[in-house]
Design a protein around this ligand. Structure first.
Ligand SMILES: Cc1ncc(COP(=O)(O)O)c(C=O)c1O
Ligand SMILES: [Zn+2]
Length: 411
């Protein structure tokens, strides 16, 4: 059997099956979310662990689990292989013993999105597209613009006007994407993007509704397991459109199928207080999503009121016996400063939500002080320099003589 015959695309709601190279973004039968499916037995038969271990730590180390079939079409910038740092000083402040931060800002364009885009843009080439498109709160736009540039594809990005951090906007601009500032929030921009790509079949949609994005992003879980030599007890992760938490859970689930995971981690999703539809759904009995009309948070990356992958995310949380919590903007900014000042790690506000979330989970007794926890720092702090100017003391002007300098030194 050829490799491409082992994979299919399936609807998570009605089970409808599509060919792995069919161009579908949502189920034609029930409008459900789609995911790449690989039979359990096939999964075991195609993976060769010795081969994995010989390869460098990056997304393509797990090549056999990534449904791209023509090696010549792979568009890569060596994404993945991000640092997993043990954080003793941060752990002490939070009151836990065993804390790691996974620095996804190490990726080529400074966020975890690159894991998904190397796969998604490779698929665009494999399917012979000439143009790509996404709606974005910023990082998806930055990443898709870069990978499309490298692939020689035209790229359109739809961003909510005035609500994208400067670093991300400047990335999309310099990589040569057509940047369209939509006069709406992200949710409406995404809805429009999906409609456009369903009609304009020549443009490939690369939001995380595209199941190939998730296939790239799931490698972060495999990588985490490789770096630790085991699964952590807890993974704490910021949640916006809910693609990433779903991707991690898919990765961990595949590890289990491969017989590599002795225990599964609990997945804890963190949202911002006024952009928390998943937290509300998690707390409600019906576990149904009610979109938030006007989500607001300084963490613009997760300023999302109608997360498209909400069902997958709730499944990840319930199957893993994890949780969903929300944190205020104040807690996010405190956490951003804390991780920078205790550990020298500069993350953007959305990423700091995972640290703020951990603090809460520990205080609430959901996470035990002895457990091994990994916080996912999804994006680099330089993405949003303006927030720092608001958050920190400005540079002190000083005359260039020793006397003036000495007056300022900490004794
Ligand atoms: C830095 C950062 N963190 C977290 C998220 C949330 O990821 P997801 O939308 O997959 O839930 C995003 C999404 O844009 C992001 O840019
Ligand atoms: Zn369906």
């Amino acid at each position: 059997m050829r490799l491409n015959e082992l994979f299919s695309i399936r609807c998570i709601d009605c089970g409808q099956i599509y060919g792995i190279n069919e161009i579908v973004y949502i189920c034609n039968r029930c409008s459900g979310l789609l995911e790449v499916y690989l039979d359990v037995n096939e999964l075991n038969s195609i993976v060769n662990l010795d081969l994995w271990r010989k390869r460098p730590l990056n997304v393509w180390r797990y090549r056999e689990l990534i449904p791209i079939f023509d090696d010549k079409k792979i568009v890569s910038m060596n994404e993945g292989g991000t640092r997993l740092l043990r954080c003793y000083r941060l752990a002490e402040t939070i009151g836990v013993k065993n804390l790691y931060v996974k620095c996804e800002g190490d990726n080529p364009t400074g966020s975890f999105k690159d894991r998904g885009m190397t796969v998604g843009v490779s698929k665009a080439l494999e399917l012979d597209f000439k143009a790509t498109l996404c709606a974005s709160t910023g990082n998806t736009a930055a990443s898709l613009s870069a990978y499309s540039a490298r692939a020689g594809l035209i790229c359109y990005v739809l961003i909510p006007a005035g609500k994208v951090a400067l670093g991300k906007l400047s990335q999309a601009m310099i990589y040569g994407a057509k940047v369209l500032a939509v006069k709406s929030n992200f949710d409406l921009a995404l809805k429009t993007a999906i409609q456009l790509c369903l009609e304009e079949r020549r443009i490939y949609l690369l939001n995380s509704i595209n199941p190939f994005r998730v296939e790239g992003q799931k490698t972060a879980a495999l990588e985490l397991h490789d770096q630790l030599g085991l699964n952590p007890d807890n993974v704490v992760i910021p949640v916006g459109n809910a693609g990433n938490i779903s991707a991690y859970w898919k990765g961990f689930s595949e590890l289990r199928i491969l017989g590599l995971a002795e225990k599964m981690p609990r997945m804890h999703g963190v949202q911002a207080k006024n952009a928390n539809p998943l937290v509300k759904a998690y707390r409600s009995d019906r576990q149904d999503l009610e979109p938030i009309e006007n989500p607001e948070t300084i963490a613009t990356a997760i300023r999302i009121g109608n997360p498209i992958s909400w069902k997958k995310a709730l499944k990840a949380v319930s199957e893993s016996k994890g949780s969903m919590i929300d944190v205020s903007d104040e807690e996010i900014l405190d956490a951003q400063k804390l991780i920078a000042r205790r550990e020298g790690i500069f993350v953007e506000p959305a990423s700091a939500a995972s640290i703020a979330g951990l603090r809460r989970l520990v205080d609430d007794g959901v996470i035990d002080r002895d457990e091994l926890t990994v916080c996912i720092a999804t994006g680099h702090g330089l993405k949003d320099p303006e927030i720092v100017l608001k958050l920190c003391e400005m540079p002190i002007e000083v005359d260039p003589d020793l006397e003036s300098l000495r007056r300022i030194l900490v004794s």
